[in-house]
Ligand binder design. Sequence first.
Ligand SMILES: Cc1ncc(COP(=O)(O)O)c(C=O)c1O
Length: 455
Amino acid sequence: MNAGEEDAKLYGNRFLTEDAPDGPFPEKGMPSLDAMRLVDEELVLEGDPWRNLATFVTTWMEPEAQRIVAENLHRNFIDHAEYPITAEIEQRCIRMLANLYHAPGETTGARTQGSSEAIMLGALSLKWKWKQRREAESKPTDRPNLVFGGDVHVVWEKFCRYFDVEPRIVPLQEDKYVIGPEDVEPHLDENTIGVAVVLGTTFTGHADDIAGINGLLLELKEKRGIDVPLHVDAASGGFVWPFLHPDSEWDFRLEQVRSINVSGHKFGLVYPGIGWLVFRETSDLAEDLVFYENYLGKTDATFTLNFSTGASMVLAQYYNFVRLGREGYTHVMKAMEQNARALAEKLKANGNFELIGDGAEQLPLVAFKLAGEKDYDEFDVSWQLSAERGWMLPAYTMPPNAEDVKIMRALVKETLGRAQVDRLADDIDEACETLAKKGGAHASERHSVKRSPGY
Ligand SMILES: Cc1ncc(COP(=O)(O)O)c(C=O)c1O
């Protein structure tokens, strides 16, 4: 035992004077208290989720929900035979979501790790169903394509690359950041496995013209006999629109919408690690994608890309559904929206910024950019704000063909009460004042600005 270890026995934490293990697999262990302190200390300089205005993901849950999460970490969700109640609770959540999204009858779906897995599975089902239709007509199946806008999350391109589907991406424009039927139409043909649309884009929080695109696809079906399904990526919007804009039709009320994904860990208000995929009807899930296996003596059906995962987040999602109900979710979403509006009004009033897509249906966030010519840009504001107050408020450029447009975006979540909103608006003002006096950030400072829209 060396002197450091000897002292640590008496006074605790030997990493006070030693480097943290970071290369070779440690030969020996350490007392649990030391290990805990080591990890805690490492995390002190981590970004503070309370000041993270970039993320859509939940950063706060009620203590009762946290207790459910903590008490069920030792339960493997996929062990349906051993944990049948958890499996039933998953099914309850799927039924409730199908109801929320106006599914016409019996349906099916899956719990996933997040929207990314749900999108991969939903898009795979589109591909398989298209293949079945083509094979039934003895037509070739070697050139599937998928149509979506440049406003989608990167996972859609990932799907196309991983699963060999041609991506047909509708470019954005300098003043149009969502897509409509006129954009989609030229890209459709008999090899189109589906159209993916977004409810609440990552970039500005707006929705594609889903009803318009549904109308176009209905026309295509009637006039040319080509049945192209719609998948709605409602990663963020799926828990916002039903409560803030209940009369807006984007879900299974529209005939061509066959599947929807939503992130439970975004506006579903659960900590990271849960998403959902819901089909319009049971027949929309391609049967070939379901695996039946004999697991520990029982036949189990699975439709997943992952296998083992914790049960906690499914249980936490169910907790939120029964705890909040429609009324509670509406209350939370309206509170966020009111605070987002308050922030937007303040930013507009100070004259430095203009709002993006003001007045259109949007997630509870503020997307904005600098108004007029300045000696500094949005990336400088992002840097200055983090330097002065530690706020993480991203600046980024839009996807092609709007890549010259720079945007800032602040998520206004439950943790951002009105007093914090006012403080944030003042802090943004002050950051602008500093920049007006000293000019933009140094190149090395700008280098560390958060440049992606955040998830
Ligand atoms: C529109 C959209 N789709 C998909 C995703 C991916 O979701 P997840 O992080 O739940 O996998 C995101 C994440 O921000 C998103 O905004």
